[in-house]
Design a protein around this ligand. Sequence first.
Ligand code: ADP
Length: 541
Amino acid sequence: MTEMVRKVTLSRAVRTMQDLFPVEYNFYPRSWILPEEFPLFVTEVRMMKESDPSWKPTFIVKPDGGCQGDGIYLIKDPSDARLAGSLQSRPAVVQEYICKPLLVDKLKFDIRLYVLLKSLEPLEIYIAKDGLSRFCTEPYQEPTLKNLHQVFMHLTNYSLNIHSGNFIHSDNVNTGSKRTFSSILCRLSSRGADVKKVWSDIISLVIKTIIALTPELKVYYQSDIPAGKPGPTCFQILGFDILLMKNLKPMLLEVNANPSMRIEHEQELSPGVFENVPSPVDEEVKVAVIRDTLRLVDPHKKKRKDIQSQTSEHVSETREDLLDAGPAGGLEYETSKNPEAGLPSLCLKQVFPKYAKQFNYLRLVDRVAALFIRFLGVKGTTKLGPTGFRTFIRNCKLSNSNFSMASVDILYIDITRRWNSMGIDHKESVTFLAGMCLQAFVEAFFCLAQKKYKSLPLHEQVASLIDFCEYHLAALDEKRLLCGRGVVERRGAAVTCPTDGLEVTPALHAPLLNRTAAAGKLADCRSHRYPAAVSPGAGRD
Ligand code: ADP
């Protein structure tokens, strides 16, 4: 997760989604990765300026892996990006600076929202109903060459503004340099703003961002947690940093995998003598997040629930369902025999799968990642070798007279070489041999989709190719399953099947089995027929 939310990785993941769904993902500022995309940055900015001479942009440069405002600076022109020295060794993201943020008391502020990623498969997301608003300590002015360097005016980081003489620690959640987000919403609501819309836009931003992150996360996950074993129950509390624009549109700034859970702040009693004192605003928001996370992931509760459901036929709803419906839906907690009966109501609200229907169409890269994982082969790896890529092409029937296996190899080498030369894969560059990472596979997949379904928009091309691949793989699974039994019955004729390199025409084939069922049965029958080392699994490399 820490890898996934680095500024460069997040920007790449969101950009892939922007390529597929530009309108849905317009909540992330236009970004470029330095130094490799510097020429592109220069060219695109020049072109945009030419087409709109009144456009006077500002950009913000943020070092990859930085936090707390570390190394961040604003520029007016691409040529001001500091490419020499530290940036060379430290990649960075440069993005369009949002010049018109919403101001409260003439100050810029951002929102820190806590999000619980409770489970990856199935995807379960909870959002805290309150968050923190962190204020700048100098009145905001739109960026000019004169004020670009004033961090207390432009950067909302608590860790920076705490050092400003204007920082106000307050016991009141409605005032001071750190307030609850709900207090801001109350204020907006009293001015007639549609705060329900603000919330639903924020929920949608969070779900879409997580949808952008999950494909690669799953690749890492499968390499660490053996298939078929439940593994440890993983969850993560994420900190989403969001900026509200003047028109109340939320924009994603970044995601933190390790958000601060401190509920105290330092106070200088006398020069050089500091004391930790409680911070009521932090306490109000963070304690609830931790408390609810523990309630939701508590394994003992699950055990109790399992026992209860064995003894009572009436207990059909899960505790989470009740909790989810609790504060918003008005359902009261069961009080009898409920050890949590005395606890305050939930602050974490389930948003996924609750709103899954509205967002599932966006999960295309997730399905591409599932194909990638299937062909990875060797456990523990996160990169696809050339043989795995060829097997993918062969099993999905993507090679033909126009696209020979030699072209497949060239595509593999071209794309893999380029991605590996970017040197962004911090985790693996040392540990594993080079191969094709997920993003490179996604790029190759998009290329294949464009080739095969020329006239459609990109997301339709990709969706069509995924359907095509899944169909052929399901057919192959079914064939293998039947082969596991030694004989295939096809339209009355018994066809003996070889154990590998199967060719099957799906259109002629009997109705496909449910994919998961087929895969499950296949695994069963393989484990009977083949010793693990010679199993004809599709993922062999
Ligand atoms: P860090 O991890 O160092 O805190 P962020 O991406 O959160 O980096 O940026 C730091 C601060 O800079 C944010 O809290 C916000 O106030 C400001 N900021 C970042 N990106 C933008 C942007 N695109 N437009 C306007 N302000 C931004």
